[in-house]
Design a protein. Structure first.
Length: 282
């Protein structure tokens, strides 16, 4: 019996880490080769995409997919971690209207630079920010480019507001909610969060990590990339990771053999196409 491989969509429960989910799936499938794309904080639930076997090598091509979150913010209360797991640092009365909340959210739509929060796993000088923060040392990471495609107010239950956001990978939603609180003058923190989609993948199709079922085919990991079907000779060359002629395609693209088998991912580089990743034969 061959080892399992492909993609798994799992629904991460609250109060476990993304690494915990990886361990659950390893036990359920009886394989060690499992990785995840797009970490979720322990307080968050929802869609986590896992790579199984050779699928782990394709996870990096999912990082650029937009992510969809739904959650709740608590206005009027600020915390050290910007979410409900931190210590309260400030409390203020909440007198804002729903329209004012919508305006504050809309101001964050578009491209911007975001600094990772002090309590995050981002490393500065080889040290994780949250480890330093727990020792009372505040390290600052450099701001990173992010994109917010939409930021909607779903409901107001003062002092709570429910929201839906579509954003780029690497965006810290709790930072955005803290920014909303600052714009409103009352402060805010993230009290609940669920990831409902990553690109074409939906949490509605996700399974329990302790009973994940069969992985999706490897090809699903590159379904969002342009596709190039190769002839026999080019397929042999690509299978050995050789340089090909340019395809005239912007960005990475998936290459397939005449038999429909995924060979790898290439990218045009001037007068040639070079491999970004080649799958070893399964």
């Amino acid at each position: 019996m061959s080892d399992p491989e492909g993609l798994l969509l799992v629904d991460k429960p609250i109060a476990v880490t993304s690494h915990d989910v990886v361990d659950m799936v390893r036990r359920a499938l009886g394989t060690r080769k499992v990785g995840h794309a797009g970490t979720l904080d322990p307080m968050a639930s929802g869609l986590l995409i896992l790579g199984i076997g050779r699928g782990t090598r394709l996870l990096r091509f999912l990082g650029g997919l937009p992510k969809v979150y739904e959650g709740t913010a608590h206005l009027g209360v600020e915390t050290t971690t910007l979410d409900a797991g931190g210590e309260v640092t400030a409390e203020r009365p909440v007198t804002v209207s729903s329209d004012e909340v919508r305006v504050a959210m809309a101001s964050l739509v578009g491209d911007s630079m975001q600094r990772p929060p002090a309590y995050s796993a981002v490393k500065v000088g080889g040290r994780k920010l949250y480890e330093a923060a727990r020792k009372g040392e505040l390290l600052e990471a450099a701001p990173r480019p992010i994109r917010v495609d939409s930021f909607e107010l779903l409901a107001t239950r003062t002092p709570y507001v429910d929201f839906r956001i579509v954003c780029s990978g690497g965006t810290y939603v709790r930072v955005l909610l803290a920014d909303v609180g600052s714009a409103l003058g009352c402060g805010a923190h993230l009290s609940a969060l669920r990831r409902t989609a990553i690109g074409p993948f939906s949490a509605l199709d996700a399974a329990d990590p302790e009973a994940p079922g069969d992985p999706l085919p490897l090809e699903r990991a590159v379904g969002h990339l342009p596709r190039l079907d190769l002839g026999d000779e080019e397929a042999v060359a690509a299978g050995h990771g050789r340089v090909l002629g340019p395809a005239g395609i912007a960005g990475p693209y998936a290459v397939f053999g005449p038999d429909g088998r995924l060979i790898g991912v290439y990218v045009d580089d001037g007068p040639k196409a070079r491999p970004e990743m080649i799958l070893a034969p399964g």
